[in-house]
Design a protein around this ligand. Sequence first.
Ligand code: NAD
Ligand code: WQD
Length: 342
Amino acid sequence: MKVLVTGGCGYIGAHTIVDLINNGFDVVSVDSNIRSTTQLLDGIEKITGKKVRNYKVDLCNLEDTHAVFHENRDIVGVIHFAALKTVPESVADPLLYFHNNLTSLINVLKCVKEFNVPNLVFSSSCSVYGNTTALPVVEETPIGEAQSPYARTKQMGEQIIEDYSRVNNTQSIILRYFNPVGAHSSGLIGELPLGKPDNLVPVITQTAIGKIPKMTVFGSDYDTRDGSCVRDYIHVMDIANAHTRALQYLIGHKNATNCEIFNLGTGNGVTVLEAIKAFEKISGVKLNYAMGPRRPGDVISIYANNSRAKEKLGWIPQISIEDSMRTAWQWEVSLRDKVLSN
Ligand code: NAD
Ligand code: WQD
């Protein structure tokens, strides 16, 4: 069974391709490489022994997107990862985000409709909940005010898929990721932020390796266990496996409605300082950090209730925060070793 993965050269797409191949799916990728290279595809080949074809196509171009679907009329589903995802960039350039994230989604849906693709899985984000205080977050927790144009593209993307699914035959699943972290245990694929990272774990590993001289913990006076923010860090291979399960669930017609939503988190809230301690423990590296002011737009605390994914998809996150940090660190070290050996 063949699956079309958009954004397959990116962080979560590449890890999901590995899990799909390991579960017997054939995969083709569409990625314009606007925020990636094809490097992770080489890693996928080393891990799985399978060469994955990538169509270097901008999904905002309907004609090119249509050509890919036309050539792959035998797909059983689409997993749509492709999007821009940098929150501060979206604040600075909202139109870039609305154009890219929504046009690409609409073009994918137009092709899904025309080619009668039966199943669709969409990457959403816990950022759709906004600044909620109802914790842990369940899927019915009301959608809050988006804290950025990026988050708004996810809220709008979900609504577009819900409205589309109501009147078309496609069965859809929307997956709301909490904070994806870590890398494949082989050290052959991982997160490759182009430029300066914003997310905590790449900031930690780049500080530890010396790419960033000193990192800042944003906020020390929040009403939490230790004054720093709480997040639900979920290993990327656990996230990846949820996509395979979501697809199998749809293919097996186990869904109750045409569009279902699932939270993907561990259910455990971890503070920034706890994440740093977990990293220091597994790496043996003392991190150079300072406590700093709050980062504008940060929610204080958010973590998932993942019961629905557990019950319906049989998905149980397997990987601890320590192993998330271990694999992220192994990946950072492998990137350094690659540079040194070139
Ligand atoms: P990523 O940037 O590593 O991968 C996204 C890929 O999509 C990139 O390779 C990029 O080149 C490609 N892309 C973007 N726009 C495109 C277009 N118009 N046409 C073709 N390709 C295009 O990001 P990721 O972390 O792998 O995220 C994957 C998805 O998960 C995104 O939709 C993101 O919003 C969502 N998400 C990510 C996180 C996270 O923290 N990483 C959390 C929640 C949700
Ligand atoms: C985590 C915690 C920071 C960097 C973002 C998006 C969200 C989703 C996941 C896509 C926060 C703190 C960070 C640093 C720090 N992405 N931090 N020093 O903000 O929870 O979520 O990524 O959908 O939409 O908003 O993730 O990794 O940036 O931050 O103290 O140098 O780490 O303040 O508390 P966030 P993050």
